[in-house]
Design a protein around this ligand. Structure first.
Ligand code: SF4
Ligand code: SF4
Length: 204
């Protein structure tokens, strides 16, 4: 028979007289410890719908669906799949779109849908080929990042005009005609159509 070591005996005595590490939740209120990683909480005003968090989420708890007809991107966040790793918060491009709560820990429910949240964002679609470029909010966020350089691109300027209501939609868009003529540059185009336009313009 092996006898317990002195260190183990000491630990047993200390734990006998120490308060319990666990709490009697839900009978008593539970206060999570510092830096606890709880439910990710989205701040819709600071989320631009860029898809970055979906790309880094290990259990794929965040998914995106684009509806070209309605021009809407739907973001679905299923916290029933969340492992509270904090990757979405760490990689959020605005640094404010999502933060893990240090208080919300009780998410148990009989209905899985209770832990699913949705957001909707307006899409920015190429006026020529219909390709989805990104969301309008994401585009505007990049404007801010670029600062005065954003004004060097006429298409960027168009977005700003619409946003700031400096020009009506009639003035910021013109009808697309064949061959992507130069004047059509005033429309919002995807990178492919833009390249095509530049090639054709320079080729003339
Ligand atoms: S905390 Fe981790 S698992 Fe949960 S939504 Fe964010 S990235 Fe996904
Ligand atoms: S990374 Fe941030 S801004 Fe982009 S969709 Fe996720 S929460 Fe929103």
């Amino acid at each position: 028979m092996r006898y317990p070591k002195i260190r183990e005996l000491g630990e047993a005595v200390v734990s006998l007289v120490s308060p319990a590490y666990t709490t009697k939740y839900p009978k008593k209120e539970h206060v999570p410890f510092e830096n606890f990683r709880g439910k990710p909480v989205v701040d819709d005003d600071n989320c631009v719908g860029c898809e970055t968090c979906a790309n880094v989420c290990p259990p794929m708890a965040i998914t995106f669906e684009d509806d070209r007809e309605k021009g809407i991107r739907t973001i679905r966040r299923d916290y029933g799949k969340c492992i509270f790793c904090g990757q979405c918060e760490e990689h959020c491009i605005t640094q404010k779109g999502v933060k893990l709560s240090d208080k919300i820990f009780d998410m148990s429910s009989f209905d899985r849908n209770d832990n699913v949240e949705y957001q909707e964002k307006e899409l920015l679609i190429c006026k020529n080929c219909g390709a989805i470029i990104t969301t309008k909010e994401h585009y505007m966020f990049m404007h801010k990042k670029l600062g005065p350089k954003a004004y060097s691109n006429i298409m960027n300027l168009n977005m700003l005009n619409e946003k700031l209501r400096l020009a009506s939609e009639d003035n910021t868009e013109v009808a697309l005609s064949e061959d992507l003529r130069r004047r059509d540059a005033f429309n919002i185009l995807c990178p492919n159509c833009l390249r095509e336009l530049q090639l054709k313009t320079h080729g003339r």
